[in-house]
Design a protein around this ligand. Structure first.
Ligand SMILES: *[C@@H]1O[C@H](CO)[C@@H](O)[C@H](O)[C@H]1NC(C)=O
Ligand SMILES: *[C@@H]1O[C@H](CO)[C@@H](O)[C@H](O)[C@H]1NC(C)=O
Ligand SMILES: *[C@@H]1O[C@H](CO)[C@@H](O)[C@H](O)[C@H]1NC(C)=O
Ligand SMILES: *[C@@H]1O[C@H](CO)[C@@H](O)[C@H](O)[C@H]1NC(C)=O
Length: 779
């Protein structure tokens, strides 16, 4: 009876302006999950139809693996190590130190509810997602005699591997682990028990993980061990106990929403070029952030920059300390909205010196490092209050920068999902799925969660994802545009349009890769139009734009080897366009124009071309949390910019990472693209002969909270690197925009920031390791 009434109610709704605004043509708008209390996570029981389109044997290669199907007991007593490792490794996957990378052997390794005892590391192969039941996250219990580097290891050490490991630490892409409790407490306190050896690069994430560790005074346990790597994202992690919650060194990284209870040291920072932390809770630890500092060169690289926003620390003697006293720039620090409750020392130095005393107080905006403003090239070294950004209220929730975890739909019943394969899409990398996918959206968007079973879905004309859509992939399901619709550089065409122009409603995209089969010089790979009336309602999580460098793209080492300089190697006009009416929450998004072929063991260098990276003209709010655009390396691709904000408002960006193409300045931008005023392309003042990493025009209330802009080459040669003159200017802000920039690191550039095309901040004044870092710049 109730159901009938609801149906009638929704039937009425469907024809109202509200339903139209949601963009749904379907008749029963979804209004929350209907899973019963005892149901497992939908992922366990949904039909498993995922395939790897370009695997040598797609019909037999298994993407989804339930560890119980491989013999894991999950009963808390049986040793499940071998069963789980066989679930991960079966199917001739990429690992062992003989395969550097591969996109054709993706795997989801699913753990039903239970406790899985292990005695040796679970080795996560390349392109693996380890996923626990999101309703009741399973426990991985290290046995008392556990032996090995960590419970989960993404890059085993072996003699003779790539860099003496299975994978090259800066090439260790496409990994995710989520929904687990990792329990180390049965191991002796003094053993070096470790939750995760997470030595990764772009396209990687940890979400929703609790690590349980010993709280003994002599505990040697640690939650995460990361000695190096290149980027990634962490969200929603909890560390209980341990000597270290996280012991981390990596070029650059973004961390959101982490909690440390009863650890000796919450976060030990070994080295970096720049890290951003957003939302940190530290309870009853001895030290919050313990940072190795003082190094000023590549050979003595310590923490270059730590930017922390919205932290709460309680009953912890020291919030942050550095290893070396700083009397000039030596480890740039930015603290914004740090609430201390019984924390006597806010910032200190090993040995006891106090730089900033604490207590029970809130630090609004404090920095250590070199501070700049306006068009003045002179700076002051400060250890004190610094300019606080104007935070648009639309970006905030409870006074903090809003954050939203990836949707997993854990409260939804299997029956609420619609599989695109069940609805007729093939995902086989060759069939044109445009019409099938468009039909799924028009029939089900707003009424069901749309499940993209693993596969590669070819589209040949613009695919419009209507407002109201909630879609989720499987091991990064690929939507791949190809053909004449995207062939004309002078007639750029959206490949995937997220929300029709002017549309309003929620929109959620998770676990998807947007790709092209070249040549596609006219492709606007993702055009984002949707405007969510609810905060952060339109977003994308762990979803990436990957241009070339993978099987099936025709932008591979056989077609586009380094130096091929061919128009058949054009990959895009523009990768991601946030249009003026849109708003967006993007978390863990990697926009990559491939520099090398992930499916060639020789890791062949590529020559691909893409015009533009991310263009935002959005009036906001926009959150870019842990995003990077790498258009780079040894290829003659031609890029105008990585990030460009034009008439944008209310953006929070942290951390953003970019690289400049290695070929520049021969030729100089915009060749072989042309400047298009209809896309508000930036100008290039004389002497500016390489792409902009970040261009900002006529924009207001922009916060950049951590940035890494690197330029390693000039015309393929690295002779410029020691002199930091691979590129003269890299970030340009017009004089009218209101923007606050914190902890901006550059490598290989002469000037770190320009205003209206004129260089302002010389990198030579801010050398802080391989990188130069300034602590804050304001207009
Ligand atoms: C790792 O990758 C980087 C970047 O591609 C490369 O420069 C380096 O030589 C690689 N190292 C090894 C050991 O393969
Ligand atoms: C990463 O760390 C490992 C272990 O210390 C080391 O062997 C490797 O050379 C490092 N890689 C880089 C690029 O520094
Ligand atoms: C932060 O993480 C915790 C779990 O660790 C989760 O319960 C909470 O919802 C998260 N908050 C946000 C804003 O994502
Ligand atoms: C950091 O401090 C240590 C210990 O006092 C000292 O040996 C080292 O030289 C310092 N490093 C720098 C770069 O100042």
């Amino acid at each position: 009876m109730l159901a009938t009434l609801l149906l009638v109610g929704y039937g009425f709704l469907a024809s109202t302006p509200l339903a139209q605004a949601l963009g749904s043509a379907c008749s029963t708008p979804i209004s929350g999950g209907t899973a019963a209390a005892g149901d497992p996570f939908w992922m366990q029981n949904i039909d498993h139809q995922g395939t790897s389109a370009f695997n040598p044997d797609p019909s037999s290669y298994q993407v989804f693996r339930n560890v119980k199907d491989f013999g894991a007991a999950g009963d808390g007593t049986t040793d499940d190590t071998d069963a789980i490792n066989s679930a991960i490794s079966s199917g001739n996957r990429c690992g062992g130190g003989t395969c550097p990378s591969s996109t054709v052997t993706p795997a989801v390794v699913f753990f039903p509810q239970g406790t899985y005892k292990v005695s040796a590391p679970l080795i996560a192969y390349y392109y693996t997602q380890l996923i626990g039941d999101a309703r009741v996250p399973p426990t991985i219990l290290a046995s008392s005699d556990f032996a090995g580097i960590a419970v989960i290891d993404v890059d085993p050490y072996i003699p003779g591997g790539y860099g003496a490991q299975w994978y090259n630490d800066t090439n260790n892409f496409f990994r995710s682990v989520r929904n687990f409790v990792i329990d180390l407490t049965e191991m002796p306190a003094t053993s070096s028990a470790t939750g995760l050896h997470w030595q990764v690069s772009q396209g990687t994430s940890l979400y929703n993980i609790v690590v349980e560790m010993s709280t003994a005074s002599d505990t040697a346990h640690q939650g995460i061990f990361m000695e190096n790597g290149s980027g990634g994202f962490f969200g929603d992690l909890v560390f209980n106990g341990g000597k270290y919650g996280m012991w981390v060194g990596n070029q650059q990284f973004t961390v959101r929403n982490v909690t440390f209870n009863n650890a000796q040291t919450a976060i030990f920072g070994d080295w970096n070029w720049g890290w951003t932390f957003q939302g940190v809770n530290i309870n009853n630890c001895q030290v919050g952030f313990d940072l190795k500092t003082g190094g000023k060169s590549e050979s003595d690289q310590t923490v270059g920059g730590e930017a922390i926003i919205d932290a709460v620390a309680s009953d912890t003697p020291i919030f942050l300390r550095t290893s070396n006293a700083s009397t000039s720039l030596a480890g740039s620090l930015v603290l914004n909205n740090i609430q201390l409750n019984n924390v006597p020392t806010a910032v200190g130095v090993v040995g006891g010196a106090v730089v900033l005393s604490g207590g029970t107080t809130t630090i609004a905006s404090w920095g250590q490092g070199n501070v700049y403003s306006g068009t003045s090239s002179s700076y002051s070294f400060v250890q004190g209050n610094i300019a606080a950004p104007t935070k648009a209220s639309s970006l905030l929730s409870g006074g903090k920068i809003f954050g939203r975890t990836r949707p997993q739909y854990e409260d939804y019943a299997v029956s609420q999902f619609i599989s695109v394969k069940s609805e007729g899409a093939k995902g086989d990398g060759s069939t044109d799925d445009t019409a099938a996918l468009q039909a799924v959206f028009s029939k089900y968007s707003g009424c069901n969660i749309i499940f993209f079973d693993a596969g590669t879905y070819v589209i040949t004309s613009t695919l419009t994802v209507p407002a109201g859509t909630q879609m989720i992939g499987e091991a990064w399901s690929v939507i791949q545009g190809q053909g004449s619709a995207f062939a004309d550089q002078s007639n750029p065409t959206p490949m995937v349009q997220v929300g029709a122009s002017g549309s309003s409603g929620i929109l959620e995209i998770t676990d998807i890769i947007f790709s092209v089969q070249g040549p596609t010089p006219g492709a606007i790979v993702v055009e984002w139009n949707v405007n969510s009336p609810t905060q952060g309602g339109a977003g994308m999580w762990d979803s990436h734009i990957r241009l070339g460098g993978a099987a099936g793209t025709d932008l591979e080492s056989s077609e586009c080897p380094s130096g091929s300089d061919s128009t058949s190697c054009f990959a895009a006009f523009l990768a991601l366009h946030l249009t003026s009416g849109s708003n967006a929450y993007l978390e863990g998004t990697w926009v990559w124009l491939a520099d090398h072929d992930l499916d060639s063991d020789a890791q062949g260098q590529l020559t691909l071309f893409s015009g533009r990276g991310i263009l935002s003209e959005s009036a906001g709010p926009v959150w870019l949390i842990g995003t990077s655009t790498l258009f780079s390396l040894a290829s003659e691709h031609h890029t105008l910019y990585q990030y460009s904000l034009v008439s944008a408002q209310d953006h929070y960006m942290g951390l953003i990472q970019t690289e400049t193409p290695y070929y520049q300045p021969s030729p100089t931008p915009p060749t072989p693209f042309s400047l298009e005023s209809s896309y508000n392309d930036p100008s290039f003042p004389s002497g500016q002969v390489a792409a902009w990493a970040l261009n900002v025009q006529t924009s207001t209330d922009i916060i950049v909270f951590g940035a890494g802009h690197y330029s390693f080459y000039q015309n393929y040669a690295q002779t410029c690197l020691p002199n930091s003159d691979c590129q003269s200017q890299i970030v340009n802000v017009d004089s009218g925009s209101s923007i606050f920039i914190y902890n901006l690191a550059t490598i290989g550039v002469t000037n770190q920031l320009s205003v209206a095309g004129a260089a302002v901040i010389p990198a030579s004044d801010n050398v802080d390791g391989l990188q130069s870092t300034f602590t804050v710049w304001t207009q």
